[in-house]
Structures are given as C-alpha cells and as structure tokens.
Design a protein around this ligand. Structure first.
Ligand code: ADP
Ligand code: MG
Length: 807
C-alpha cells in the first residue's frame, strides 16, 4: 500500500522524484495496467458479468469489494458500471435496496484511479445526498470499498464543525455533501476549489432536484465545471426534461433494469393496508408494537411534532421494546447517535419523519408502518423500501389509510405498480392507551403542549398536501383525533378558521356578483340564512363546518385559489444555513408580526388624534341640571382665567404666578374653615354650660327628691349680694372668666373647659359664697327644726319677726 502511494506521487510529480529510477519503472507498469483496463471498457457485455471480476476494475477496487463481501454485482451495478466507466452520463433507476450506491462509487474510484488522481489534485468527484444520514452512509460505504485506494474522502454536512471542514476541504478528492452545506462552502470558503471536478453524482436525484432544493441546486450547478460526467440515481428517477436541462446532461443513458418488472417494489416485500379512522391510528400503532416486541420496525409520521409526541408518550407507556425517534429538528449529534443505535439494535421501533424515508440502509428491518398517508406514490415507495433490502432481504409494510384517502391513494399506488393488500384488524385485539395518555398529559404540562403541537401539525400537514383527491382536511374528525392523542380539549386550528373565513367571504362575494341582476326577496333571505349558519359554525370547531358543508365542490375550488401560496409550497426551499428537513412547511414558524409596545405617549397621541376628551364627572341636581365641577369652583380667579386661556404650550412665568395665587387661596380657605369650626365648638360649649349651670343652681330637676323649700326666702336677698375680696365673684365670675379666656385661649384650654365637669368647678368655689350657703342651710335647718315644734300661729309670728329684723 505504501509503495502504491509513492508510485502515484511519482507519476504525477515527475520533477520532484526524478532521481528515483526504480519508481519510474513502477509507474510505467501502473500506466500499462490502466491502459489495458481502459481498453476493455468498450467490450463490456452485461450478460457476461457473473462477478465483479468480470468488470474491468482495478485490483484495489476489487480488493475493496471483496473485503466488503460484495462478489456478485446487482442488476443496476452490472448495467450502469460499464456505461459509467465509458464516461457516459447516466440516469439510473432501480428498486430500493438494489445496490445503487456501489453503482456510482465503483466508477468514481476507477475514474480517479485511471486519472492517477492524488490528494493534491483537489476535488475529483462530488456526491450530493438530500439528507445527512444518507451522506454519512455513502461515506461509510466508500471507506469500505475504497480502503485500498489513496484518495481522501470528505463528509460535508450541516451540523458539523464548519472550521474543521474548511481546513480539510482542499485535501478532499471525493466529497460527499448535502446541498445546503456544499453551497455554504462554495460561497464562503476560499479553499474550496472544484474546477478540476470530474464526476458529479446525485443520489436520490429526484429529491435533490425537487422544489425543496431547487435554489441551492441551481447555485451549485452554476459553480461546477460544465465539462464533467453526471450520474443520477434513484428508485423513482426523474425523467423531467427540465431537470435534465438544468444539469445540462449530454445524451444521458437511461439505465433502468426493473423497468419491465411487474412491480416497482422489491418482490420479497409484503405490503398491506388497513382502513381506519384518524382517531384509531394511535391505538392500532400501540397494539402493533405490543404484538411485535421481537421485531425491528420503522414508523413513519407526517411531521416532526407528531414523531416527537408519539415517541415521548409511548416511552412513558413502556411498551417493553426499545423506542427511538429520528426527525429533522434534533441536534446533529443526537441524530447520529440514533441512526447508529437503530442500525445496531434488532428489537427496536424507530419513529421517523420522511427524513428517514430516502436511501437509508438500516439492516434487517422487519416492518415499515406508515401511520400517516405518504404525500404520493414515490414517497410510499421510498418509505416502504427501508425494509426488504439487498439480495435476500425480506420485509413487510403496513399503511394506515383514512376512508377519505382510500380510493385516490389506491389509484396512485396502482399507477406506480405497487402491489398492496387490504387487511382487517380484529377490533378485539386493539388496546387503547388513551386513558393512560390522558393522565400523563394531566401530569406533565410540557407533554400536553407537545401533544397539542402534534395535533395542529398533523392538521397542517394534511392541509398542505398537494393532492386534494387524497387529502381532505374537512373529512377529519379532529375532535376525536385530539382525544386519541390524550387531549381532553381539542386545540383550536387557527389557520383553518382563517381560511374558512376567507372562503366564506369569497363565496359571499361570488354569490352577490351572480345575483346582482335579479335580487329577489327569496334569494336575499336564503343567502342571509347561509351566512348566519356559517357564522354559527365559526364559533364551533371547524369540524362542524365539514358537517354542514359536506363534500360540496366549492370549498376546494376556492381554497385552491385562495390558498395558492400555501398549497404550492410543499417544502421549504433550503438555503445555505438550513440543512435538510423533509417536513412539510411549518406554518407555526411563520414570522410573527412584531407587536409595538404601548407607551403612555402613544395613548395620549391616539387620544389627541381622535379628539377624545378624557373622562369627566358631571354632577346633576335633583332637577336634572348639570352642576359645575365643585373642585373647579374652588380655585383662584387667576387659575380660572389661566385655564380658560386657549393658548398652546405652557407660560412658565404665568404658571408660577398662578401656583402662588392658588397657594394663598388655599391657605385662606383653610383658615376660614378652622375659624368656622372653632366658632361652632364655642357655641356648643356655651350651650352645654348653660344647661349644666341651670341644673346646679337649682338642684335636681326632680322635685320629689326632698321637702319643698321654695317658700323660703332667697338667701341672696336675706344676706345681700356679697362681693369677693379677691375679685372673684361666685359663679358668675367663673363663667365670665371662662367666657373671656375662651376667646383668647388656645384650643387645648377651651377643650379642657369643655370636658371639665361642671360640679367639680362649682365645688372649687371658695370663701363667702360657701360660708353663706352653709349659714343659710343652717338657718334653714334651724327654721325647719323650730317650725316642727311650733304651732301654726307661732310659726307665723316667728316669720314676721324675722322679716322685720331684716328690714
Ligand atoms: P439502494 O441505494 O439501491 O437502495 P444500497 O446501495 O443502499 O441500495 O444497497 C442496499 C444493500 O445491498 C446494502 O446493504 C448493500 O450493502 C447491499 N449490496 C449492494 N450491492 C451488493 C452486492 N453486489 N452484493 C451484495 N450486497 C450488496
Ligand atoms: Mg441508495
């Protein structure tokens, strides 16, 4: 092997190794060998090829094939390798698993060998694959069969270290890439140079050339040297003139060994379909898995979100078999792990999107279950082709079809020469995991969200399908479907409601245009009724719509017109950074309109523009007349004047003046308020004092408390009005004093006056007043005692004496 390396280098770089004569000799031998091989190319006869040795192949390639246990070439290999060696462009079409990979790898190795290609010569061959996994698989096969050659191979796929790829790019002789990543290098990497490229291969060519990769592929083709050999391979080969023109194929050779076959799928593949309702799919799948615990199966679903959800919930339900999930939105490392794990394991179920439908050669897959109907016959062929691969591979396929899909899909499958049998599933054998799923969703809110997304995602995928004869979103019982996913409340399908509204509007418009000439009373009523009915439907789930509208032709006609943009974009167009993702376009990821944040300034602006006056409170009197704003009245004249001025902007000086004036006005108002309050308090105090004084002067108001002494003379009159030495007149003085002081004293003092008990005040009175009262009482008591012992005439006499003595 080491010697061979030297030989290759010496032949290519003569100047450098001129002095090594023996090597030159070896190089000559090599040249002779190549010449003799090339001479045999024109004599290749397919019928005479029994083994790879019968083909004019280099020893290195033959050794590589032998190491890989490839002895007998398959039909596509027999037929295409010869033409490819002759340098012809090839359109290769052969069934899934028929060995197309070697059909293009062997000619690449041979071509570069015969060209004495070295690492220094750069890119000699470019292989483009639609998915990363397939690119990886081709790379691995190349490593196996090309092990004895000294070519370097590079895997250029998304999700890898770009810098690392960049550095190694110039050393690659055979490059295996996905379209997006290749274009990225073409655009950004100065080390990328494919001007010497000899062979271009498109594996799964029809997929590479379809809408999803259109833009990327056009750019790639533009950058490639026009003088090259082009090989296209697929189980469902494109014959489109447009595609061939894009690749500027020169008189390609169409190699299709199975074209005359009765069936387009492998003979050893047993294919079945079952008719079921959309809500039965999960139960059927669950029951299938539980009954095939010792098998290896792939389950295809329409979208990433469905795959994610079913995988996660089935993991929780613990079916007793390994579960894996492969879909585009996973991280690249995870994708690689899952791919390798599924290759390695034997009792396992892989849930996947169409990402895994093309080209992947998982060993010994027993079953392919298509839970959701594939978009067309070709997709069906690729999906089901993951089983029954290679020379002796066997396998089975199960397709679940809705009653609405059955007729059109079976026609499609028939047109593609696919043999498929209808089978019935014993309903008693179906186990429904719905209740358990419901309880899991109740427990795990994230899982519930995943379920909701899966639900909407399926509805979208059905809606986006091109073939409306197969896919009818209006025929789906979405409520039942949601329940089957464990969702108690079916999520709203907003995009459908919107579309329905548009349809209604369009319908209405068309109708009014038709009826514009003769609008009878009856027709008006009728259309009104229809509109009313549909308005009601709007409030319900869209399922009701399908029930009311049935299968009437209008909805597809209109939706095709209205939804042209949505309906035609089957896949998103891959750009440089985005890598392969075979999911139908995800409408949830549409750019959301940025919401403007609502600022106070914006609100004010809006109000001013609309001339809206902010809320005002109007108070009415009992007669219903509006009263002026009280608060507005409590303002200084200057403020009122300022407010009424209709000037724009603010006059700072005036505003200052107004504020000062307002301040003065407020202070005055409050002073007045306090003064009135005090006045009222004093009035009350006076009143209460008066009442108390009246009580104390004349004792108890109740006359029954003691003997009636009213007949006795007034002591003041008996002793005369006494004037105090210390100017304190009894009773009156205290009252007068209180009166006078209350005028000047502060609030506390007056408060004390108010709360001090009057009796106590009176008891504090001293001097003559108290003494005279005592004396009087004594006198009264003496008179009382005397009067008790005297007769009436004696008492009268005594009284007269007393009166006379006073005089
Ligand atoms: P296709 O691309 O047509 O779907 P592949 O190239 O992936 O098929 O090959 C399918 C399987 O057949 C692979 O496992 C491969 O190793 C095997 N295979 C291919 N050619 C031969 C051969 N000549 N002899 C034995 N096995 C082969
Ligand atoms: Mg293939």
């Amino acid at each position: 092997m080491g010697e061979e390396k030297v030989v290759e280098k010496t032949t290519k770089n003569n100047k450098k190794f001129k002095k090594f004569k023996p090597r030159k000799k070896t190089g000559e031998i090599e040249c002779n060998l190549i010449e003799s091989l090339q001479q045999r190319y024109s004599d290749i006869s397919v019928d005479n090829i029994k083994s790879f040795k019968d083909l004019p192949l280099s020893v290195k390639t033959l050794r590589g094939l032998k190491d890989g246990k490839y002895f007998v070439p398959t039909e596509i290999q027999k037929q295409s390798i010869g033409f490819a060696l002759q340098g012809k462009d090839i359109l290769g079409a052969a069934k899934t698993g028929s060995g197309k990979t070697l059909a293009f790898l062997v000619p690449i190795l041979e071509h570069l060998f015969c060209q004495k290609w070295t690492r220094l010569d750069g890119v000699g061959a470019l292989i483009i694959s639609p998915t990363r996994e397939l690119a990886y698989q081709i790379f691995e096969t190349l490593r196996k069969v090309g092990v004895h050659h000294d070519f370097s191979a590079g895997l250029i796929i998304g999700g890898q270290n770009l810098k690392f790829e960049r550095k190694r790019m110039d050393q690659c002789n055979i490059m295996i890439c996905t379209p997006g990543r290749l274009l990225q290098h073409m655009d950004e990497n100065p080390l990328f140079n494919c001007s010497n490229m000899q062979i271009l291969v498109l594996d799964e060519a029809d997929r590479c050339l379809d809408l999803g990769f259109e833009a990327a592929m056009n750019s790639i083709i533009e950058n490639l040297p026009p003088k090259r050999q082009t090989l296209l391979f697929s189980a469902t080969q494109t014959k489109s003139v447009r595609d061939l023109a894009r690749l500027s194929l020169s008189d390609p050779t169409y190699v299709a060994p199975h074209e005359q076959s009765e069936w387009s799928t492998p003979v050893s593949l047993q294919q079945n379909y079952v008719i079921c309702e959309v809500h039965e799919k999960i139960s059927i799948l669950w029951s299938f898995i539980k009954n095939h615990l010792k098998q290896k199966s792939i389950v295809f679903m329409a979208s990433c979100k469905q795959v994610k959800y079913v995988y996660e919930i089935f993991c929780k339900l613990r079916p007793g078999i390994s579960l894996l999930a492969l879909y585009g939105s996973l991280h690249q490392e995870r994708r690689e792990q899952i791919y390798k794990e599924f290759c390695r394991k034997s009792n396992v179920v892989l849930f996947a999107t169409d990402l895994a439908s093309r080209g992947l050669d998982f060993p010994l897959v027993n079953w392919v279950i298509q839970v959701d109907c594939p978009e067309d016959g070709n997709t069906y062929i690729h999906r089901v082709g993951r089983t029954a691969r290679g020379l002796q591979g066997k396998g089975e396929g199960l397709l679940m079809l809705l009653p609405s899909e059955e007729e059109a899909m079976l026609l499609e499958l028939k047109s593609k020469k696919i043999p498929i049998n209808k089978i019935h599933i014993d309903p008693s054998k179906i186990m429904s995991p719905q209740r358990k799923m419901e309880s899991f969703l109740a427990e795990f809110s994230e899982l519930k969200q995943t379920a909701q997304r899966a639900f909407v995602s399926y509805a979208k995928s059905v809606f986006l399908m091109k073939n409306k004869n197969i896919f009818n979103i209006y025929a789906l019982d979405t409520n039942a479907f949601a329940k089957s996913l464990g969702l108690v409340v079916p999520p709203r399908i907003r995009f459908l409601q919107k579309i329905k509204k548009n349809i209604e509007a369009q319908k209405q418009k068309n109708r009014s245009e038709d009826d514009v000439s003769d609008v009878s009373e009856e027709s008006v009523n009728k259309s009104k009724k229809t509109r009313d009915d549909s308005d009601d439907d709007n409030d319900d789930s869209y399922q009701n719509e399908s029930q009311t509208e049935g299968d009437g032709g209008f909805k597809f006609d209109i939706s095709d017109d209205d939804g042209e943009d949505i309906l035609t974009v089957k896949r998103r167009n891959h750009n440089v950074i985005d890598e392969v993702d075979e999911q139908p376009i995800d409408m949830e990821e549409r750019p959301v309109k940025k919401k403007k944040s609502l600022t106070k300034a914006a609100i004010v602006k809006k109000l001013l523009n609309k001339k809206i006056v902010a809320n005002t409170k109007v108070v009415f009197n009992e007669e219903g007349e509006a009263l002026l704003n009280e608060k507005r009245d409590l303002r200084s004249e200057l403020a009122k004047e300022y407010e009424n001025e209709d000037k724009g902007g603010i006059d700072i000086e005036k505003a200052k003046l107004v504020l000062r004036e307002e301040d003065r006005f407020d202070k005055e108002r409050f002073r007045e308020k306090i003064r009135l309050k005090h006045k009222e308090e004093k009035r009350k105090l006076k009143q209460s004092k008066k009442e108390e004084a009246e009580k104390d002067d004349f004792g108890s108001e109740s006359e029954s408390d003691g003997p009636d002494m009213s007949w006795l003379p007034d002591p003041d009159k008996v002793y005369g009005e006494r004037k105090s030495d210390n100017d304190e007149s009894p009773q009156n003085s205290s009252f007068e004093g209180n009166d006078r002081s209350s005028e000047d004293e502060d609030d506390n003092a007056s408060e004390e006056n108010i709360h001090r008990p009057l009796k106590r005040k009176l008891s504090v009175s001293k001097g003559i007043q108290q003494k005279s009262v005592k004396k009087m009482k004594k006198l009264r008591a003496g008179v009382k005692d005397l009067s008790a012992s005297l007769s009436v005439s004696e008492a009268e006499k005594l009284a007269m004496q007393l009166l006379q003595s006073r005089k």
